[in-house]
Design a protein around this ligand. Structure first.
Ligand SMILES: Cc1cc2nc3c(=O)[nH]c(=O)nc-3n(C[C@H](O)[C@H](O)[C@H](O)COP(=O)(O)O)c2cc1C
Length: 186
């Protein structure tokens, strides 16, 4: 599969088969991540590969956050359990963090570099027959989520990447053509 084909066929995959993702597969995906461009070779990325216990711990935090929006206590508890169970059952889950630089400009560049690494990881996973789903949001800064991933004080969690064999053929989401979003300057 060449790179344009991989870019064309990549989709966010929300349902995975039960086929486990091996340590070797995860290592290959992470090695693609570290090849991303990064200004001044800061290599800011740090990877947290979550086993079932850590996935459940993270899922409990996320489930608890979602359950807060549910009024009925029994329904809230069901949400909590469902999200925790879903996370524990994921074939693979990688937290991507950046080591925080001292200055704001480098912190911003490092955050951007981390996402270039994530795209490398997603496309490499795709070429290996695996699918990915990138997750972010306010939970990234939740101290309980940080604790579940064992983050250090000088690390910022930027995203979670779920990885597994796709159990669905996700259709492409319509995109506005680049031509409509481009201004060519003389
Ligand atoms: C920075 C970033 C954050 C994202 N966060 C989430 C998320 O928190 N939850 C989610 O379901 N999808 C998340 N996504 C996935 C997008 O929803 C998805 O890429 C988009 O709907 C386009 O679908 P596609 O990836 O299949 O092309 C995120 C994507 C990016 C780039």
């Amino acid at each position: 599969m060449d790179v344009p084909d991989a870019i064309q066929s990549r989709r966010s995959i929300k349902r995975f088969t039960e086929r486990p993702v091996t340590r070797e597969e995860i290592e290959r995906i992470l090695e693609a991540g570290v090849l991303a461009p990064n200004h001044r070779m800061t290599q800011p990325w740090r990877f947290l590969v979550l086993g079932p216990r850590a996935r459940r711990a993270y899922g409990e935090v996320l489930g608890d956050r979602k359950a807060r929006r549910v009024e009925d206590p029994a329904a809230a508890e069901a949400v909590r359990r469902k999200v925790a169970d879903e996370h524990a059952a994921l074939p693979a889950m990688v937290g991507v963090a950046v080591k925080l630089a001292a200055d704001a400009e480098t912190r911003e560049e490092d955050y951007a570099a981390a996402f270039m690494g994530i795209q490398n990881m997603a496309l490499t996973a795709l070429a290996m027959g695996l699918g990915t789903h990138l997750k972010t949001g306010a939970v990234m800064d939740d101290p309980r989520a940080r604790a579940a991933l064992g983050l250090r004080d000088d690390e910022r969690l930027v995203a979670i990447l779920n990885i597994g064999e796709p159990a669905e053929a996700a259709p492409p989401k319509p995109r506005t053509p680049a031509a409509e979003l481009t201004r060519w300057l003389p």
